[in-house]
Design a binder for this molecule. Structure first.
Ligand SMILES: Cc1ncc(COP(=O)(O)O)c(C=O)c1O
Length: 395
């Protein structure tokens, strides 16, 4: 095979995509695959949604890029809608990705407060140098150290460790970053106890609280923002992934008294906000109604209960809404391969956790179909891992 000129940072499925529609991806060799993670949580309304496509095409026929020297009419609409969902006041800075949205948060923190930034083990905030510094994955960071100084990692949901740290260092804390459901870190859910303690400490010491909603936001967990399941009142919220309807768009929301943190030319982007992505965002946000998000919560419960009834029983099923992790006690590579053969595309995080992030408009029958395929694949993979174990014990 010819040498590739692409950096080998990814591990793509061995599928040549012909087209994709709704929940399904169709390959050039005529197979249909169910996409259980919707482009890593980007496609809230599945592949090729007609309303999103129409809005984008209309915009594209007018222009595709205008730069920040012009203001597209959707910018204000999308910003206002995002702020409305917080039930507070604020302003939005648009970016092109989740990492960029978090970079803007970090830059604002640096301007407003000096001191320590607290993050948690298994938080994921991006792969740029600054956002990697906040990411609680030692293996991802190691080759790139030293990263930003003054970042402290506490164990997730360890109430005692948090209390002790705050008791000793409360006055030094500039900001705390939370990811209410760990997307890449294994779908762990923040405890209510820790969320209460974070708010108590915030009231005592006045640090800034950032909710990273890049993956868990925009209806994914059965609330508009995942922090709304908890007692949290963030000062800064970051979103991306599903926002642009499939095109790159991120946003950082600065709330209440820090709304005007950036003054003229203190931050910026050539590309963001792309007007075509904004057209997608307008449709996405209009469709994320309260009723729709309530239905996401119901579908999430249905998915969870169906996964819990599977045979063989997984080690754990966790998450919120349609952001569900299934922990299995086997080689996830075998499981991914068995699923692929059964026409199901799986995403594995933390070595042995299957991350389900299906399109939010998946219907109940499709959830059944997805879990049936998963259950069958799991059985087959267990069979194969047993054969592998027997084989290796013979040699
Ligand atoms: C919670 C969270 N924050 C930030 C990011 C980084 O987003 P991006 O890959 O768009 O830079 C991700 C990406 O998976 C994420 O899940």
């Amino acid at each position: 095979m010819a040498m590739s000129h692409i950096c080998s940072v990814y591990d793509p499925f061995p599928i040549q995509i012909e087209r994709a529609k709704g929940l399904y991806i169709y390959s050039k060799d005529g197979r249909r695959y169910l996409d259980s993670f919707s482009g890593i949580g980007v496609l809230a309304f599945g592949h090729g949604d007609e309303d999103i496509k129409r809005a984008m095409i209309e915009k594209m026929q007018r222009y595709m890029h205008i730069s920040n020297f012009f203001l597209d009419e959707d910018t204000e609409i999308v910003a206002a809608k995002l702020i409305e969902k917080t039930h507070r006041g604020g302003k939005v800075f648009f970016a092109n990705s989740g990492a960029e949205a978090n970079e803007a948060a970090l830059k604002a923190i640096k301007k407003l407060r000096k001191g320590l930034i607290v993050s948690f083990e298994k938080n994921f905030h991006g792969r740029t140098v600054a956002t990697l510094s906040l990411t609680g994955f030692g293996n991802l960071k190691k080759p790139f150290e030293p990263l930003l100084p003054n970042v402290v990692f506490l164990p997730y949901n360890d109430v005692q460790a948090f209390e002790e740290f705050v008791r000793k260092n409360g006055k030094e804390i500039a900001a705390v970053f939370v990811e209410c459901v760990h997307g890449s870190g294994g779908l762990n859910v923040l405890s209510h106890e820790l969320s209460r303690l974070i708010m108590e400490a915030k009231r005592s010491f006045g640090f800034l609280l950032v909710a990273d909603e890049v993956q868990a936001g925009l209806g994914r967990t059965g609330k508009f923002f995942s922090y709304q399941h908890f007692e949290l009142q963030p000062d800064i919220i970051t979103v991306a992934k599903a926002l642009g309807g499939g095109l790159p768009l991120g946003a950082t929301l600065f709330l209440d008294d820090i709304a005007d943190v950036f003054s003229h030319s203190e931050h910026g982007s050539t590309f963001a906000p792309n007007p075509v992505a904004l057209a997608g965002a307008r449709v996405v946000l209009n469709r994320l109604t309260e009723e729709f998000i309530e239905l996401v919560a119901k579908k999430g419960e249905f998915l969870r209960s169906r996964l819990l009834r599977m045979e063989p029983r997984p080690i754990d099923v966790r998450g919120l809404g349609l952001m569900i992790g299934v922990e299995v006690d086997m080689d996830a590579k075998l499981l991914k391969q068995a699923a692929l053969e059964n026409g199901l595309l799986l995403n594995i995080v933390s070595n042995n956790v299957v991350r389900f992030l299906p399109a939010l408009n998946i219907n109940f029958e499709q959830i059944e179909e997805m879990v049936d395929l998963f259950e069958r694949s799991l059985k087959e993979a267990y069979g194969r891992s047993h054969v592998e174990k027997v084989d290796s014990s013979k040699s």
